[in-house]
Design a protein around this ligand. Structure first.
Ligand SMILES: [Zn+2]
Ligand SMILES: [Zn+2]
Ligand SMILES: [Zn+2]
Ligand SMILES: [Zn+2]
Length: 142
């Protein structure tokens, strides 16, 4: 006997896929076939978040390739900027003029079983990489 849909009450329609988030089997009415995801709000939210992340990475890759091409011509990595490059971004490694890169000084804790050490660090980040500064500020556990 074919598996019955696990989504929706009393739905006994034949299963087409298994949700890649919650693992439940779903029928054509209760899910999406293109990507195995059921229609529950929490799974749809995860799916949309995943899509946004993939899109963001594709966008960053594109800007990064453009930045490297511009650096090759000795120009700042930012589109339409006519300045020469000056500093390298600590995350994407594209080089930028002082207007399009900024220096960030931050502190974080290194926590070990022996105690906590406060560390001061700094990084140059371009406009595209600036949102990731919070990742660098996170405390580290060793
Ligand atoms: Zn699901
Ligand atoms: Zn169903
Ligand atoms: Zn960058
Ligand atoms: Zn620039």
């Amino acid at each position: 006997m074919a598996l019955a849909c696990e989504k929706g009450f009393f739905c006994k329609t034949e299963v087409i896929e298994q949700c890649s988030y919650c693992g439940k089997h779903f029928c054509i009415r209760h899910g999406h076939r293109d990507k195995a995801v059921c229609k529950s709000p929490s799974c749809m939210r995860k799916y949309r978040h995943e899509l946004a992340v993939v899109e963001r990475f594709a966008y960053e890759d594109e800007k990064r390739a453009l930045g490297f091409a511009r650096n090759y011509a000795r120009l700042c990595g930012k589109e339409n900027c006519n300045h020469e490059f000056y500093l390298v971004c600590g995350r994407c490694e594209v080089q930028f003029c002082p207007t399009h890169i900024s220096r960030h000084i931050f502190h974080f804790d290194i926590i070990t079983i022996r105690g906590t050490t406060r560390v001061r660090d700094e990084i140059n980040l371009c406009e595209l990489c600036k949102p990731y500064l919070s990742d660098y500020k996170k405390d580290r556990y060793e």
